[in-house]
Design a protein around this ligand. Structure first.
Ligand SMILES: *[C@@H]1O[C@H](CO)[C@@H](O)[C@H](O)[C@H]1NC(C)=O
Ligand SMILES: *[C@@H]1O[C@H](CO)[C@@H](O)[C@H](O)[C@H]1NC(C)=O
Ligand SMILES: *[C@@H]1O[C@H](CO)[C@@H](O)[C@H](O)[C@H]1NC(C)=O
Length: 134
């Protein structure tokens, strides 16, 4: 039990050293790829979030659909419907793009830029070989 606890403690300290070495100005060269991929994935998610989370097409359809149903444009009070608000919203919002293309473009562009910057920075400032001590 005590031996297990000691082992866990050593492991925890070791993990912390490994973790803190990630923030080290001199990572292992073999880690550059992973570090930059992780870093840039997070960065892209932040910087493209408005483009990727705001969907103009969806917004348009929702608005038109809501107006259509609340105004009763399609159905009279006696229940006769001359149109379908779903179809109406799709027709009205034709030509409005969804966020897919812009989101992809943003993510690809930001990632490529971030990754190449990060990678060359990392390659210029990394340790070639893993030493016994950090
Ligand atoms: C990620 O990269 C950016 C810009 O290259 C840098 O400012 C930031 O400190 C990096 N973060 C980590 C965790 O390496
Ligand atoms: C319901 O109202 C519409 C017009 O508002 C009318 O054309 C239709 O005949 C009516 N249907 C019934 C069943 O009363
Ligand atoms: C578009 O935006 C919606 C939120 O409105 C989001 O759920 C979806 O993942 C986005 N699509 C892309 C390709 O990012």
């Amino acid at each position: 039990m005590a031996a297990g606890g000691a082992f866990l403690l050593v492991f925890a300290v070791f993990s912390m050293l490994v973790m803190s070495s990630l923030g080290n100005p001199r990572p292992l060269c073999s880690d550059c790829e992973t570090l930059c991929r992780t870093n840039c994935t997070a960065e892209v998610e932040t910087s493209c979030s408005s483009t990727c989370n705001d969907n103009p097409l969806e917004g348009c359809r929702r608005q038109v659909f809501e107006r259509c149903t609340t105004d009763g444009t399609c159905c009279s009070s006696n229940g006769t419907c001359t149109c379908d608000c779903n179809t109406v919203s799709q027709d009205r919002c034709r030509g409005i793009t969804d966020n897919y293309t812009d989101c992809q473009a943003c993510e690809r562009g930001q990632f490529d830029y971030c990754y190449s910057t990060c990678k060359s920075g990392c390659n210029n400032n990394c340790k070639k070989k893993k030493g016994c001590h950090a």
